[in-house]
Design a binder for this molecule. Structure first.
Ligand code: TTP
Ligand code: MG
Length: 384
């Protein structure tokens, strides 16, 4: 089956956030990195890169190359907060989002095209939303697999959008230096140079047996990548312990009917992701942050693992009703934890067979189908 994979990589991520938070830095060489004597550069703005500054370079060297540079310490928590916002936006397009670093993710949008337009339209849509909601730019690559999508996203940066069509794979790869292959480190490059291999095109002159013999298993992988082949799946929620959805409300409110509606919407999103991933959870937690920034999150453990929209939203609403709201709410969300795979025939499947629960499952399935066909925006669940 042909797949459509997107690879998204934020531009000069840490530095771009620093510029966002201090607009006077715009257009200046900004270098973010360890502030100790032996610190290294985490990243640099594109202006600073013109001085030859790059990630992992010692700070003292960066200072020599660019004495007028603005050197800032790493604010990891702030970058994580923005990263979360970006990943949440991506998950609005498909639950098949695999985050691979703080600023990078793969999306499998095979089959999502009917919802949001073709791959290019989806990518433009994503860029627009990230721009609007975070103020940052990203680069996106589109290809028939993860490897090609990743290669594509690196071709044009910043604010790039590059598509590798199946017919153009050879053309794209033949001139690409081998170091652009993810996982190819200095040692492999040295080994490849030994055989006069500099580009991916050069790799293709060698047989699979030869590469396997000289480079071991990685040689076999290189042989496939050189042909543009990569079957590795997009694996969302790798080892995750919970799935959640939350939002900072556009204005603080104490209105229970508004809060209830938001809880249902977040419960629905979480349940949808669980179902798409073949996961079920036992603990449902309502998270609330009040306007004085105090936070409360209460969990409720249900008897059987579930992925049902109704059970999750009912439980979260119960927690909302039980909570004495003394102030206005600033943030609200729902988390499901205590997860297990639903395909292993858990107790729930027995419990679900027949009766009311069966009806709920059918409603969920019907809703998922509609959502897949027409997009998440068109269906809103009624209040349960
Ligand atoms: P990258 O995506 O590699 O770099 P970047 O986002 O700064 O720039 P580009 O536009 O080329 O994508 O890494 C993401 C963030 O991870 C980066 O902003 C800082 C951090 N990082 C380090 O802390 N150390 C490193 O060696 C690298 C490569 C990145
Ligand atoms: Mg980046």
């Amino acid at each position: 089956m042909t797949r459509t994979i997107l690879h998204i990589d934020m531009d000069a991520f840490f530095a771009a956030i620093e510029v966002l938070d201090s607009p006077s830095l715009k257009g200046k060489p900004v270098i973010v990195g360890g502030s100790t004597k032996r610190g290294v550069v985490s990243t640099a703005s594109y202006e600073a890169r013109r001085f030859g500054i790059h990630s992992a370079m010692p700070i003292f060297q960066a200072k020599e190359r660019c004495p007028q540079g603005i050197f800032l310490p790493v604010k990891k928590d702030r970058y994580k907060e923005v990263s979360k916002k970006v990943m949440d936006i991506l998950r609005d397009f498909t639950p098949l989002v695999e985050q691979v670093s703080i600023d990078e993710a793969y999306l499998d949008i095979t089959g999502s095209e009917a919802l949001f337009g073709n791959a290019e339209e989806i990518a433009r849509h994503i860029k627009a939303r990230i721009g609007k909601e975070t103020g940052l730019t990203c680069s996106i690559g589109i290809g028939p697999n993860k490897f090609l999508a990743k290669v594509a996203s690196d071709i044009y940066k910043p604010d790039g959008l590059t598509i590798i069509l199946a017919d153009d794979v050879d053309k794209f790869l033949s001139r690409l230096p081998v170091e652009k292959i993810p996982g190819v480190g200095r040692r492999t490059i040295k080994g490849l140079r030994h055989y006069g291999i500099k580009t991916i095109g050069d790799l293709k002159r060698f047989s699979k047996e030869q590469l396997l013999k000289d480079l071991g298993r990685f040689g076999g992988r290189l042989y496939e990548l050189a042909k543009g082949m990569d079957n590795s799946p997009v694996v969302p929620y790798r080892g995750v312990k919970s799935i959640s959805s939350e939002e900072t409300l556009s204005s603080d409110t104490g209105d229970l009917s508004i809060l209830k509606e938001r809880v249902i919407s977040h419960a629905d999103k979480v349940a949808w992701r669980l179902r798409k991933e073949g996961l079920k959870g036992r603990t449902i937690t309502l998270k609330i942050k009040l306007d004085d920034f105090t936070e409360m999150s209460k969990g409720l453990t249900v008897r059987y693992t579930t992925d049902s929209t109704k059970i999750i939203s009912d439980s979260a609403i119960k927690q909302l009703k039980d909570y004495p709201l003394k102030r206005k709410v600033r943030l609200i969300g729902v988390t499901v934890s205590n997860l297990e795979g639903s395909k292993e025939g858990s107790q729930t499947s027995l419990f679900m067979a027949g009766g009311k629960k069966e009806k709920e499952r059918k409603t969920d399935e019907a809703m998922d189908e509609i959502r897949e066909r027409f997009g998440g925006k068109v269906i809103k669940r009624g209040r349960g």
